[in-house]
Design a protein around this ligand. Structure first.
Ligand code: GDP
Ligand code: MG
Length: 254
C-alpha cells in the first residue's frame, strides 16, 4: 500500500511564476473547473494520477543535482538515479488530489547526444536545463527542445527553461544571461526559472509550479476529452484556450 503523501508535498494554492515576462500563465489561482473537479474527487469520482516529466540539457549543467536537491532536500554531488530505473517518482497532493510526477533524468546518455526516443515519448512537461554560468549551455537549449519535441505533441506539452547554478553568477552576469534566457522562453513559449541546487534557492518553488501547472493541464485535457465523449460532463468554456495559451504580460521584473 502507498504511504501517505508527505506534508510538504501538499499543494493547496497555485504557486507563483518566477517571472511574469516568461510565465506559462500569470493567473493567481487554479482554473475554476479544475477546482470543481478536485472537490468532486473528494467523493471519489475522478482520478488524475501521473505525469511524465523529462529533463534535458547539456552534460554537467546540473540536471541530476537539481532533481536530487528537490527529492532529498540536500545538495548531493554523488547522487545516482536508482540503477535500472529511468525515472524517479515524486508524489504530491494537489487540491486534495493525489498526483505524481515521473521525473526522467538521463543516465549520462546526453554526453553522446543519442537519447532514446522512449525517454522523450509521451511527456506532459519538458524541463530544459542550462547552466547560468555557461552561455554555450543556453545556446544549446533550443536544440535539446527540438529533439525532445520530435516525440511529442507540441499542443499538449508544457515547457520550462531552467537556469541552474545561480550561486555561481555575479548579479551583473546573472542579469545579462537572464535577458537572453527570457527572450528564448518567450520564443519557445516556456516558463523561465533560475535556481541553485547548491543553496536550494528556487528549487522547491520550481517543482511545485511544474506539478501544479502539469496537474491543471492534465485535468483540463481530461475534461475536454470526456466532455466531447459523453457531452454530459462539464464542457470547457471558450476561455479555456486563453487560459492555456502562454500569457506574455510585460513587467519590470527579472
Ligand atoms: P548533469 O550532468 O546535468 O546531471 O549535471 P550534475 O547534476 O551531475 O552536475 C554537474 C556538476 O555541477 C557537479 O559537479 C555538481 O556538483 C555541479 N552543480 C550542480 N548544480 C550546482 C549548483 O546549483 N551550484 C553549483 N555551484 N554547482 C552545481
Ligand atoms: Mg546527470
Amino acid at each position: 500500500m502507498l504511504s501517505p503523501v508527505k506534508k510538504d508535498r501538499k499543494i493547496t494554492h497555485l504557486p507563483k511564476y518566477f517571472c511574469p515576462n516568461a510565465a506559462l500563465h500569470t493567473k493567481d489561482s487554479f482554473h475554476p473547473q479544475v477546482k470543481a473537479v478536485c472537490e468532486a474527487q473528494k467523493t471519489g469520482t475522478v482520478n488524475y494520477n501521473i505525469a511524465k516529466v523529462i529533463v534535458v540539457g547539456d552534460v554537467a549543467v546540473g540536471k541530476t543535482c537539481l532533481i536530487s536537491r528537490f527529492r532529498k532536500g540536500v545538495f548531493d554531488k554523488n547522487y545516482k538515479a536508482t540503477i535500472g530505473v529511468d525515472f524517479e517518482m515524486e508524489r504530491f497532493e494537489v487540491l486534495g488530489v493525489p498526483f505524481s510526477l515521473q521525473l526522467w533524468d538521463t543516465a549520462g546518455q546526453e554526453r553522446f547526444k543519442c537519447i532514446a526516443s522512449t525517454y522523450y515519448r509521451g511527456a506532459q512537461a519538458i524541463i530544459v536545463v542550462f547552466d547560468l554560468s555557461s552561455e554555450s549551455s543556453l545556446a544549446h537549449a533550443r536544440q535539446w527542445l527540438e529533439d525532445a519535441m520530435k516525440e511529442n505533441d507540441p499542443s499538449s506539452v508544457l515547457l520550462f527553461l531552467v537556469g541552474t547554478k545561480k550561486d555561481l553568477s555575479s548579479p551583473e552576469h546573472l542579469h545579462q544571461i537572464e535577458q537572453e534566457a527570457i527572450k528564448l522562453s518567450e520564443e519557445i513559449k516556456a516558463e523561465y526559472w533560475a535556481v541553485s541546487a547548491k543553496s536550494g534557492d528556487g528549487v522547491k518553488d520550481f517543482f511545485f509550479r511544474v506539478a501544479s501547472l502539469t496537474f491543471e493541464a492534465s485535468v483540463l485535457s481530461e475534461l475536454e476529452k470526456s466532455g466531447s465523449r459523453h457531452g454530459d460532463i462539464i464542457r470547457l468554456t471558450d476561455n479555456t484556450e486563453a487560459n492555456h495559451t502562454p500569457m506574455k504580460e510585460k513587467s519590470k521584473c527579472c
